[in-house]
Design a protein around this ligand. Structure first.
Ligand code: ADP
Length: 412
């Protein structure tokens, strides 16, 4: 990558939104970023931010077409008309790579067909990813397109971690197993944490035992042993594990039967509510945003306080559980909007993990995030260097997607 000059188009197509960025794979700079919202409705809009000479300019455009595909094609077309750095390739975030994809791959018709077939495992996400790839390939046919999977980093999990104890047929015929998500973030953050810890303590990154907690709107934690994922909290879909902004995380599956009987709702509708009407939002009855909950809890709002308590309790429980496949802990690594910024929530989490030797350094914790120190230690270090640390490391999934893309384009 040293000789690389130019930008990678990074595309992240969600079910009703599209994010697109032009990322310099060496410096991580964004010369352009777009967010398309409410796609598929008459209110579709695209916010486009360009950065020229350090100066940001944002404008909102109404795409000529309101469909997902149409909006992305419209944005890409406008991009071609702009005075931008040379385009090196297009990196697509793809949610579900199943057991097929253990790393990032160049996209051809066969790979696109496989991603489409994997929609059975991720019906909300992969079809949107496929539309994004099709639209981008149509507008930028001369560039290489690369798929970077959310699941790929977790393909190193041993069977004991990825199998559910369910009937064999579900696994063999339907692919019912744990795949894990947020893999791009966990990979990026664990690599950076490895560098930081090697510099700070002389630790060998190939032996490090890390638990990475990605706490954003979606939340997951991963046990990373010597740079490889050995267990994670998300499962077949992003619904399993920690409490999230609007997702429930773990629930007893028998809840579905009880709610179906009481409401007459179908399983699909109940699962939709577990994904988008649960989590912090449901517990607080107020918001899925930790900033709001923190302020309201301070004013005495019982729901906000409960939501934060359940969130911290569940997160701490999972972090501790993930020390089992690691056989210990060198560092807890916190990332995502909450992990990087929410000083108070980090404090709640650490206070529940003191028995593991994680003792908050309140000044260091307060100094990280909110535009101050982006990365570093937030627990006290013992004088003899023993015991685990907690560190904050900002994630950058787009940068990792850009880097994987260039790597594959250059090694054609
Ligand atoms: P996504 O998963 O959608 O990328 P983010 O990683 O941006 O989401 O995380 C969103 C969460 O991070 C929200 O709960 C938000 O309240 C929280 N957050 C973002 N910035 C701050 C901040 N400065 N202080 C506290 N919490 C924050």
């Amino acid at each position: 990558m040293p000789g690389t000059r130019g930008s990678v188009v990074v595309v992240n197509c969600g079910s009703s939104s599209v994010k697109l960025a032009l990322v310099d794979p060496v410096t991580g700079e964004r010369s352009l970023s777009c967010l398309g919202e409410r796609l598929g409705t008459p209110d579709a809009v695209v916010h486009m931010t360009t950065t020229v000479g350090g100066e940001k300019r944002t404008r909102t455009i109404t795409p000529a077409a309101t469909t997902h595909r149409g909006a992305l094609a419209h944005v890409l077309q406008r991009l071609l008309d702009m005075d931008l750095p040379p385009l090196l390739g297009v990196g697509h975030r793809v949610v579900q790579g199943g057991s097929l994809f253990r790393g990032s791959v160049r996209i051809d018709d066969r790979v696109l067909g496989q991603i489409s077939e994997l929609s059975a495992l991720a019906p909300l996400h992969n079809p949107a990813n496929v539309s994004g790839i099709e639209a981008a390939r149509a507008v930028l046919p001369e560039l290489e397109h690369v798929a970077v999977f959310d699941t790929a980093f977790h393909q190193t999990m041993p069977e004991a971690s990825y199998r559910y104890a369910v009937p064999q047929r579900w696994y063999e015929e339907f692919g019912v197993r744990r795949y894990g998500m947020h893999g791009t973030s966990h990979r990026f953050v664990s690599q950076r944490a490895g560098q930081l810890l090697a510099e700070a303590t002389g630790a060998d990154p190939r032996r490090l035992k890390l638990v990475v907690a990605h706490l954003g709107n979606g939340c997951s934690a991963t046990a990373v042993l010597g740079g490889r994922s050995v267990d994670t909290t998300m499962g077949l879909t992003p619904l399993e594990g920690l409490v999230m902004g609007t997702r429930s995380g773990d629930v007893d599956p028998a809840v579905l039967e009880l709610v179906a009987e009481r409401t007459g709702e179908g399983v699909g509708e109940i699962v939709r509510q577990l994904n988008s009407a649960s989590g912090l939002l449901a517990l607080s009855g107020l918001s899925n945003d930790v900033r709001t909950l923190w302020d309201k809890a301070a004013e005495g709002h019982a729901g906000a306080k409960l939501a934060l308590d359940v969130f911290a309790h569940r997160a701490a429980k999972h972090v501790a559980a993930l020390t089992v496949p690691l056989g210990g802990l060198d560092a807890l690594v916190l990332t995502g909007g909450i992990g990087e910024n929410a000083v108070g929530v980090r404090s709640m989490l650490l206070s529940r993990l003191a028995h593991l030797g994680l003792v908050e350094d309140p000044a260091a914790n307060a100094a990280h995030g909110r535009g101050s120190l982006p990365e570093g230690r937030i627990t006290r270090a013992r004088e003899d260097g023993s015991g685990p640390l907690a560190v904050v490391v900002p994630t950058d999934e787009e940068l990792l997607i850009a880097r994987d893309t260039v790597e594959l384009v250059e090694h054609r």
